[in-house]
Design a protein around this ligand. Structure first.
Ligand code: AMP
Ligand code: GLY
Length: 425
C-alpha cells in the first residue's frame, strides 16, 4: 500500500520512521516533509489548502492511507475532502477536530456529559469577560477559543493580569481564534498527557507522556510548543490511566458519537492530576509534538496497520497496542531566539555520531542548503534515546546531544527532571 503523510515536523519524522517500517507500506510519500523525513519518504510539494489537488495526487499515486500529522489541516477539513474522495484517512473530521479547534465546544461537551474539567464561563466580548472574572478566584485561566499557536492561554496570577489577558484576546490579536474566550477555574496538580486511538466506537490506550513547555531549565521563561518529553509518565499510574479512560476519554468518544460528530484518530488528552481526581485540561486532535517522538520509540506494533484499521472503523479487530516497557526521552534542540524570533540558517553537523550509540535524531525544523543541513524553524532537532528508566534515557539522550555541532542552537539540560528526582529518592 502507498501512504501519504501530511506535515513537516519532528512528529511527522517519527511517524514516517515508523510507517516506513510497516509491512503494509510499499511506498511512503510526505508533504511537505523535511530532510529527515526524506530518508523514509518521497517528498511532494502539494498545496494542502487545495483539497482537490491533494485528492488528485492520491488517485494518481494509488494512495491507500492518508495520515494527517498537524491540527491545522484537520481543522481545515482536509480529512473530510479526502474521505469524500473515497480515501481512508487517519485523523478526525473537521467537525470532530473542534475538540481541539474550539475550547468552548469542548467545555460545553464536557458540561453536557459530566466529564471532569475545570469550571468555566464562555464569553463573547471584552465587557462580558471582565465582568465574568468576578465569578472566579485568582489564579484564573483565560483562553482564546480557537487555535492560537499555543499563545492563547494565560494562567493569570493577579486580577490585573487576568484583565489584561481578556483585553488582549478581544483586541483582535488572535484573529478569528479570539472571537470568543473561555475563563476557567485554575486546577492545581501535576500535568500528564494521555493518548488514545479510536475509530469512533472502540477506544484503545496509546500510552502516556509528560512534556516541558517552558523554554528554560527548571521550567522557567516563556511557553513553547515543548522543549522535551518522556514516555511513559510514571505519575499516570495504571489506576489513574484507567480513571482517565473511563471518566474522560471513553465518555468523550461516546458523546461525540451520540451527538452526530463521531471522532476518529488519535485523541490526546492534556490531564491535570488533582487531589479531587483526574481532570481534563484540553484535547488535541493529533499526536503531541515532541510526545509523538517518544511514543513512536516505544510502540512495538505496525503503525500503518493500526492507522488503517482506525480509518476503516475496524479497530476492534486488532490486538491492543503494545509498547516497550522502557522509557524514551527526547530533548528538543532549538534555534537561538526561540520561541520569539528563532535564527534560521545555523549549520548542523554530527548527527551520525549522535546516533552511533542507539539514539535517534528526529528532524523538526531543518533544511538542506547546498548540501549542508541547517536550522529552518524554532524547534530544530529532537534527540531521542531509550533506557530502563528516565535517568538512564536522559543520560543517553544528552550524550547524543553533546555530539551534535549546532552552534546557533540551544537546548534545556534538565528534560525529565521531576522523574529523575523521584528516581533518586
Ligand atoms: P492549553 O493550551 O489549554 O493546554 O493550556 C496551556 C497550559 O496552560 C496547560 O498545559 C496548563 O499548564 C495550563 N492550563 C490550562 N488550563 C488550566 C487550568 N484550568 N488550570 C491550570 N492550568 C491550566
Ligand atoms: N507538546 C505539546 C503539544 O504538542 O501540544
Amino acid at each position: 500500500m502507498n501512504i501519504l503523510l501530511i506535515g513537516s515536523g519532528g512528529r511527522e519524522h517519527a511517524l514516517a520512521w515508523k510507517l516506513a517500517q510497516s509491512r503494509l507500506c510499499t511506498k511512503l510519500f510526505a508533504s511537505p516533509g523535511n530532510p529527515g523525513i526524506a530518508e523514509h519518504a518521497e517528498l511532494v510539494a502539494l498545496d494542502l489548502g487545495n483539497h482537490a489537488q491533494v485528492a488528485e495526487f492520491c488517485a494518481v499515486q494509488g494512495i491507500g492511507l492518508v495520515v494527517v500529522g498537524p491540527e491545522a489541516p484537520l481543522v481545515d477539513g482536509l480529512g473530510d475532502s479526502l474521505r469524500a474522495a473515497g480515501l481512508p484517512v487517519f485523523g478526525p473530521s473537521q467537525a470532530a477536530a473542534q475538540l481541539e479547534g474550539s475550547k468552548a465546544f469542548t467545555k460545553e461537551l464536557c458540561a453536557r456529559h459530566n466529564i471532569p474539567t475545570a469550571a468555566f464561563r464562555r464569553v463573547t466580548s471584552e465587557a462580558e469577560g471582565l465582568a465574568a472574572l468576578d465569578e472566579f478566584t485568582i489564579p484564573v485561566v483565560i483562553k482564546a477559543d480557537g487555535l492560537a499557536a499555543g499563545k492563547g492561554v494565560t494562567v493569570a496570577m493577579t486580577r490585573e493580569e487576568a484583565e489584561e489577558a481578556v483585553r488582549e484576546i478581544f483586541s483582535g490579536r488572535f484573529g478569528a481564534a479570539g472571537a470568543e474566550a473561555v475563563i476557567e477555574e485554575f486546577l492545581e496538580g501535576e500535568e500528564a498527557s494521555f493518548f488514545a486511538i479510536t475509530d469512533g466506537h472502540t477506544v484503545v490506550s496509546f500510552g502516556s507522556a509528560q512534556d516541558h513547555k517552558r523554554v528554560g531549565d527548571g521550567d522557567t521563561g516563556p511557553n513553547t510548543g515543548g522543549m522535551g518529553a518522556y514516555s511513559p509518565a510514571p505519575v499516570l499510574t495504571p489506576l489513574l490511566e484507567g480513571e482517565a479512560l473511563e471518566r474522560i476519554v471513553i465518555p468523550t468518544v461516546q458523546a461525540m458519537a451520540s451527538e452526530g460528530v463521531p471522532y476518529s484518530g488519535v485523541l490526546y488528552a492534556g490531564l491535570m492530576l488533582t487531589p479531587k481526581g483526574v481532570q481534563l485540561i484540553e484535547y488535541n486532535c493529533r499526536f503531541g509534538d515532541p510526545e509523538c517522538q517518544v511514543l513512536m520509540q516505544r510502540y512495538e506494533g505496525d503503525l500503518a496497520e493500526l492507522m488503517l484499521a482506525t480509518a476503516e472503523s475496524r479497530l476492534a479487530t486488532l490486538p491492543a497496542p503494545q509498547f516497550s516497557p522502557e522509557t524514551a526521552l527526547t530533548v528538543v534542540m532549538a534555534a537561538k531566539g526561540y520561541p520569539d524570533t528563532p535564527q534560521k540558517g545555523g549549520a548542523i553537523d554530527g548527527l551520525a555520531a549522535a546516533e552511533a550509540d542507539g539514539a535517534k535524531v528526529f528532524h523538526a525544523g531543518t533544511a538542506l542548503k547546498d548540501g549542508q543541513l541547517v536550522a529552518n524553524g524554532g524547534r530544530v532537532l529532537n534527540v531521542t534515546a531509550r533506557g530502563p528508566n528516565v535517568t538512564s534515557a536522559q543520560q543517553k539522550a544528552y550524550a547524543a546531544v553533546d555530539k551534535i555541532l549546532f552552534p546557533e542552537g540551544f537546548c534545556r539540560r534538565d528534560i525529565g527532571w521531576r522523574e529523575v528526582k523521584r528516581e533518586a529518592m
